[in-house]
Design a protein around this ligand. Structure first.
Ligand SMILES: [Zn+2]
Length: 115
């Protein structure tokens, strides 16, 4: 019995597990934030490590939940600020820990969804 092995590609099960773990880590970070924000940051760190090691991208909706610069788990209204510029149609996320700003165009996402 021979099974075909895709060359240069990560095994699918490995990718699936990595994706699942990233999701779990972020939901845990969300749960723990109120009582232990430091732990939330740690979860983000682990999730990012998995993402780099297995080469699995962090889902777009989770990417905006942490600061790229200082690695903090972001909760809007607590350590992050979200500002919508409806005229130019983008959202600015500010990490209140280090001041890093992130601009997200939200029109692009709507267009992509049509495909
Ligand atoms: Zn930051």
């Amino acid at each position: 019995m021979f099974k075909k092995r895709p060359r240069g590609k990560k095994k699918t099960w490995q990718v699936d597990i990595a994706k699942e773990r990233i999701q779990i880590l972020f939901s845990q970070a969300d749960k723990r934030f109120k009582t232990d924000p430091g732990l939330s940051d740690r979860y983000v760190e682990i999730a990012r490590n998995i993402s780099t090691k297995i080469n699995v991208p962090i889902p777009r909706e989770l990417k905006r939940r942490f600061c790229r610069k200082c690695g903090a788990f972001l909760v809007y209204g607590a350590n992050a600020r979200q500002r919508v510029n409806s005229e130019k149609q983008y959202v600015i996320l500010t990490c209140l820990k280090c001041g890093q700003k992130k601009r997200i165009p939200y029109v692009k996402e709507k267009k992509e969804r049509k495909n």
